[in-house]
Ligand binder design. Structure first.
Ligand code: ADP
Ligand code: ADP
Length: 231
C-alpha cells in the first residue's frame, strides 16, 4: 500500500480558480518521488494540501491507508510530514541552533536552553551527515547551508516524509550535487521524499518515480528507469 495517497483531490480557491482537479498521487515508502509540471500546473497547491496549508475541496488524503485530515502544518508535522520551503522559513538574525528549536514545545514550561539547542543541532548534523555550524547566524549562511538547516529542522521534528519545494531553484550546480547526495543518504536511512520541480530533466537524476501535473490534473506516475530507457 501507499505511505501517502492523494485520492481524487480537487482544490477550488475562494476566487473560483480550480488549481487541482481529481488529482491522484501515491507515495511509496522509501522512494524519491518527483512532482513535475510547468508554472501554474498546480504543484504548490498539491504540496500545500499534503502539508496542511490548504484543505482539499473534495477528495481524500490517506496516510498508511488511513483517511486523515491535515488542518494545519502542525497536524502534518505531528504525522511525520516535513517541509523544506523554497523560501526558507528561518529567522535570519537568529543562530542555526535557535532556528532549529524555534516553535518546538518547551518541556514542562521551560524554554530550550541555547546549549541544549546547540547539542541537538550537533547531534542531528552528525546523524544525517549535514554539516552545519550551530552558532552561525542564519543571515550569514549560503542558500545551500540554509537549506541544510531546514532539512535538519524537519528531521528534528520527526519527519519521515520530507517534501522539498523546488529545492534546486536557488542552488548552484555544485550545491545541487551535494543536495542529491544528501537525499540519497536520507533515502538509505528510510526516509521518503517528495521532490517538487518544474524541470523534468533534473529530477531524472535523483527520483525513482515521477508524477507529472498539467493544468491542475495529474498523470499516472511512471518509473524514472522506464523513461531513461526510451531515450
Ligand atoms: P504551480 O505550483 O505548479 O505553479 P500553483 O498550485 O501555484 O501551481 O497554481 C495553480 C493555479 O492556482 C494557478 O492558476 C494559480 O494562479 C492558482 N492559485 C494558486 N494559489 C492560489 C490562491 N491562494 N488563490 C487563488 N488562486 C491560486
Ligand atoms: P509558487 O509557484 O512558488 O507558489 P507563485 O508566484 O505561483 O509561486 O505563488 C506565490 C504565492 O501566491 C503562493 O503562495 C500561491 O499559492 C499564491 N498565489 C498564486 N496565484 C495566486 C492567485 N491567483 N491568487 C492568490 N494567491 C495566489
Amino acid at each position: 500500500g501507499a505511505l501517502l495517497e492523494m485520492r481524487d483531490v480537487t482544490k477550488v480557491y475562494p476566487n473560483g480558480v480550480m488549481a487541482n482537479y481529481k488529482v491522484r498521487f501515491s507515495l511509496r515508502e522509501g522512494e524519491i518521488h518527483a512532482i513535475v509540471g510547468e508554472n501554474g500546473a498546480g504543484k504548490s497547491t498539491l504540496m500545500k494540501m499534503m502539508f496542511g496549508m490548504e484543505e482539499p475541496s473534495e477528495g481524500e488524503i490517506l496516510l498508511r491507508g488511513e483517511k486523515v485530515k491535515l488542518a494545519s502544518p502542525q497536524d502534518a508535522i505531528d504525522r511525520g510530514i516535513g517541509m523544506v520551503h523554497q523560501h526558507f522559513m528561518l529567522v535570519p538574525s537568529f543562530t542555526v541552533a535557535e532556528n532549529m528549536v524555534l516553535g518546538m514545545e518547551p518541556k514542562k514550561g521551560l524554554g530550550i536552553h541555547f546549549a541544549e539547542a546547540v547539542r541537538m543541532t550537533e547531534e542531528m548534523s552528525r546523524k544525517y551527515n549535514l554539516a552545519v555550524d550551530p552558532k552561525a547566524k542564519v543571515e550569514n549562511l549560503t542558500v545551500g547551508m540554509k537549506q541544510k538547516v531546514e532539512i535538519l529542522k524537519a528531521l528534528l521534528r520527526g519527519a519521515k516524509i520530507l517534501i522539498l519545494d523546488e529545492p534546486t531553484a536557488v542552488l548552484t550546480p555544485q550545491e545541487t550535487e551535494e543536495l542529491f547526495r544528501e537525499l540519497r543518504l536520507l533515502k538509505d536511512q528510510g526516509h521518503t521524499i517528495v521532490f517538487i520541480s518544474h524541470k523534468l530533466k533534473e529530477v531524472k537524476a535523483i527520483c525513482d518515480r515521477i508524477t507529472i501535473m498539467r493544468a491542475g490534473r495529474s498523470e499516472d506516475a511512471f518509473r524514472t528507469a522506464d523513461v531513461t530507457e526510451q531515450e
